[in-house]
Write a protein that binds this ligand. Structure first.
Ligand code: BTN
Length: 323
């Protein structure tokens, strides 16, 4: 993606323009205009040559230029049809000193989840990682993860999916089963479908964050059968989604929240289905079962076991049925 290609798109968004008029507006040669138009056509943009000049007729459903066009947030977008892991690529960019870059892919072949798990990332999903250099202490970095969970939840709801956040940052679609509890799952809610997960990685020194990579996977236009157990997808819940618009919505909302981290926790609390719920949190020293009663200022979960209140900073959380 180049700035000139974005400038061509912006110019054509206002209506048809002739080659010479475009060249003059962008201060480039007519040959350069032609080259950029061809590159955009190759990327799937419909650009018709009409009597009135070049006319923008179609924007592709996904891709770097497609997402960057009209995006109301200050991110550069780097797109890959296939990549090992967008987080790996984003880490390399972060190490090179880059900032506010979004690495986006249609498919990952080495997608990574939390706790060293693999993350199924077939074509049709949204696999993206955002490179940030926030001026915050490391203790506040988890708020960026929570902000991304809020952003994805809002975009999913706009698509008509009744999404909520499970602590700390899974976006779920929950259905409470009526009838007999499912004994095989130890009383867990068996119909939580996971729509999205987030893997945040960071580096810091001297009490400040150097860089943060927030990697988010959204099961968009994919078949849950091609994913891990208990997964669902936007398409499965509410029909196919236009990924370009979805990603734009997520990035714009995320950009809004990262600018004022004080707003993140209240927004997260409004959207979580974990607080007030019986939970089981898997910790290195064993399972913790109790009621999730609060989150701290840095996003840690407070669990009331009946005997004590424990503050949990990280761990897999499972929603349980009420006793
Ligand atoms: C989880 O375990 O819930 C977190 C999953 C995070 C997956 C995303 S997909 C985009 C980015 N690249 C990766 O390799 N992982 C994250």
């Amino acid at each position: 993606m180049t700035d000139t290609r974005q400038a061509v798109l912006r110019a054509l968004a206002d209506g048809p323009l002739s080659g010479p008029a475009l060249a003059e507006r962008l201060d480039v040669s007519r040959a350069a205009v032609w080259k950029h138009v061809e590159a955009l056509r190759d990327e799937g943009f419909g650009i018709a040559s009409t009597d009135a000049g070049y006319e923008l007729t179609e924007i592709p459903e996904y891709g770097g230029d497609s997402v960057a066009f009209d995006l109301d947030a200050p991110f550069t977008v780097e797109y890959h049809d296939t990549v090992e892991s967008t987080n790996d690529r984003a880490r390399a960019l972060a190490t090179d000193g880059r900032e506010d870059v979004v690495v986006l892919a249609d498919r990952q072949v080495g997608g990574r989840g939390r706790r060293d798990r693999a993350w199924d990332s077939p074509s049709g999903g949204i696999w993206m990682s955002v490179v940030l250099r926030p001026d915050i202490p490391p203790a506040r970095a988890p708020l960026l993860t929570l902000a991304m969970a809020v952003a994805v939840t809002d975009a999913a709801r706009e698509h008509g999916v009744d999404a909520t956040i499970k602590w700390p940052n899974d976006v779920l679609v929950s259905e409470v089963n009526e009838g007999t509890p499912d004994a095989s799952s130890g009383g867990a809610l068996v119909s939580d479908g996971k729509l999205s997960g987030i893997l945040t990685e960071m580096e810091g020194e001297a009490g400040r964050v150097s860089w943060v990579v927030v990697g988010v996977g959204v099961n968009a236009n994919v078949d849950p059968a091609d994913l891990y157990e208990d997964a669902t997808s936007l398409r499965n819940e509410a029909g196919p989604v236009e990924r370009r618009a979805f990603v734009q919505r997520v990035l714009e909302r995320f950009d809004d929240l990262r600018g004022d981290l004080e707003r993140v926790l209240p927004a997260w609390r409004e959207r979580t289905s974990t607080l007030g719920r019986r939970v089981r949190v898997h910790l290195p020293d064993g399972d913790l079962v109790g009621e999730a009663v609060d989150v701290t200022e840095t996003g840690a979960l407070v669990v009331d076991t009946g005997e004590e209140r424990r503050v949990v900073h990280a761990g897999d959380c499972e929603h349980l049925r009420p006793v």
